[in-house]
Design a protein around this ligand. Structure first.
Ligand code: G16
Length: 546
């Protein structure tokens, strides 16, 4: 069977994408990420791996070239599995093994993966490729194409795409069009049709014309929002800021900057109470914010987006008279107030998963309706197939108010990108919900008050010395670190802190929350110092951020 894999061709091609010897990379939170100049061989090899995965699953596989929220000089790659989900964990291991094999060992590693996974090598393979707007992305996606071609796979290069658009296309391609048309045009049609229906249903409430200011992080989101806008038939006007014409990708802007610095992006002029939002570099995250009359900045993060969505879906279910099993999945970064609100006011089950959409997505699949969001704004809602069928049926059968509610829910189901967290889709969802509820951004913000919090990064020689347990809320190693954190947390009221190695940047992340900003800042700083001392900090000691 192995004869079907032309290892000679692979070796020849691979010489053009040589691996810098000794370089070791890990398939992390969202694939491989590092400086772009170190990634050529990884891209080629991920092309090879995508072919094997495509043959094994007898499906189209996606490869996205992006480093999402990371700086412009970085790049990265991740594989998208048949239903638009993240790559299966066992294949992440293959990816790491393949990426780290020295050039001469590459054929052997390919063979062993094929044997272990019983890959039917004569099967055809199709790989869809997307890329973000980084200067390095075009060349790197050519390397992916070379890898696919070296194993005789077929390539569909869709060029510039948001990451969630690639997930959507892969999902459509493998589900015979049931999820939608497998093109970006199909994506715009599906979302805009659902959004316009919802806008029509909301318009009885007044405010028919809405405007939103979007910080596009100087990334691909700007290009794609421009393509979407004509489909929205003026039900929503988009004012794009940081659209990539001047600034640098993710620099002083974008969802990650706004969330971690808790301040508006550069270039965003906000009038009092104006709704604004920020995407990240590949448009898979979104956070909202506004300024109040006193000029104070208010962040509305992924937790509050999840709460708005959860509340709204619960209200619709009540109206329809259906009691479905709705759950919310968060990570350790979820603000304590959001968890309390979900559990005590909304009375929905809340679960804490490890950071990384792959972990949240899988947990959310256990519910009839699984809402999952990371505090950083990455999330979506998953509806089980039977719920989807049932709701759409009820929208035909029920009468009056119940029918109206079922129709709204049916459109909501279509508006979510269930393949992946998606800034464009989530923005339309939020805009539709606010319009339907007739809510201002302040009313939304007032659902609960966030506990003051602070996130910091610490540089250490090897971040793998930190290992964690209990969904990353407790450090197991290095010895003494958790005890140190426990001691520090005790000094403050309503406090909590944890540390974890990032899977996308070479840093250790520190999170702290407490009853006041001052306490959260002090606690985060003290925990950073403990990490620096006990986990081999390098460079300058962490400086206070207050
Ligand atoms: C990626 C993942 C997210 C994760 C984030 C940060 O986001 O998709 O699930 O929250 O990285 O991960 P870490 O803290 O491990 O660095 P993105 O938007 O960069 O793709």
């Amino acid at each position: 069977n192995l004869i079907a894999m032309d290892l000679g061709a692979v070796t020849k091609q691979s010489a053009l994408h040589a691996k810098p010897s000794g370089l070791v990379l890990q398939y992390g939170t969202a694939g491989f990420r590092t400086k772009a100049q170190h990634l050529d061989h990884v891209m080629f090899r991920m092309g090879l791996l995508a072919v094997l995965r495509s043959k094994q699953t007898r499906s189209t596989i996606g490869v996205m070239v992006t480093a999402s929220h990371n700086p412009e000089e970085d790049n990265g790659v991740k594989l998208v599995d048949p239903l638009g989900e993240m790559l299966a964990p066992s294949w992440e291991e293959h990816a790491t093994r393949l990426a780290n094999a020295e050039d001469q060992d590459l054929p052997g590693v390919l063979e062993s993966i094929s044997v272990e996974e019983a890959v039917p090598l004569r099967q055809d393979a199709i790989v869809v490729i997307g890329r973000d707007t980084r200067p390095s992305s075009e060349k790197l996606s050519q390397s992916v194409r070379d890898g696919v071609a070296a194993l005789g796979g077929q390539v569909h290069d869709l060029g510039l795409l948001t990451t969630p658009q690639l997930h959507y296309v892969v999902c459509c391609q493998n589900t015979g069009g049931r999820y939608g048309k497998a093109t970006t045009e199909g994506y715009y049609q599906k979302l805009s049709r659902a959004f316009l229906e919802l806008a029509k249903q909301a318009s009885c409430g007044g405010d028919e014309h809405r405007t939103i200011k979007v910080d596009c992080a100087n990334g691909v989101g700007a290009l794609k929002l421009r393509e979407l806008e004509p489909h929205l038939a003026q039900a929503l006007s988009l004012q794009l800021v940081n659209d990539g014409t001047k600034g640098k990708l993710n620099h002083l802007c974008g969802a990650d900057f706004v969330k971690s610095h808790q301040q508006p992006p550069q270039g965003m002029e906000m009038k009092s109470s104006e709704r604004c939002c920020s995407f990240d570099g590949d448009a898979d995250r979104i956070v909202y914010y506004y300024c109040d009359a006193g000029g104070r900045f208010h962040l509305i993060d992924g937790d509050k987006i999840a709460t708005l969505i959860g509340t709204f879906l619960q209200e619709l279910l009540l109206e329809i008279g259906e009691s479905l099993n709705l759950g919310v999945v968060q990570t350790a970064y979820a603000n304590g107030s959001s968890t309390r609100y979900l559990e005590e006011v909304m009375k929905v089950p809340v679960y804490c998963a490890k950071t990384g959409v792959k972990h949240l997505h899988h947990k959310a699949q256990e519910f009839d309706i699984g809402v999952y969001f990371e505090a950083n704004g990455h999330g979506t809602v998953l509806f089980s197939t039977s719920v989807e069928t049932k709701i759409k049926q009820l929208a035909e059968e029920l009468e009056d108010e119940k029918r109206k509610a079922a129709k709204i829910l049916g459109n909501m189901i279509d508006l979510f990108n269930q393949a992946a967290g998606d800034a464009i889709s989530d923005m339309l969802v939020v805009e539709a919900i606010l319009a339907l509820k007739g809510w201002t951004v302040q009313q939304w913000d007032a659902l609960y008050t966030d506990l003051p919090n602070r996130q910091l990064k610490v540089k250490v020689a090897d971040r793998r010395v930190i290992s964690t347990t209990d969904a990353e809320t407790r450090a197991v190693t290095p010895p003494g670190l958790q005890e140190a954190i426990d001691g520090l947390v005790q000094k403050y009221r309503l406090s909590r802190a944890f540390v974890r190695p990032s899977g996308t940047e070479d840093v250790v992340r520190v999170y702290a929350e407490a009853d006041s900003q001052d306490s959260a800042d002090h606690l985060a700083h003290e925990v950073s110092l403990a990490v620096f001392q006990l986990a081999g900090g390098i460079g300058e000691r962490p400086q206070p951020c207050f």
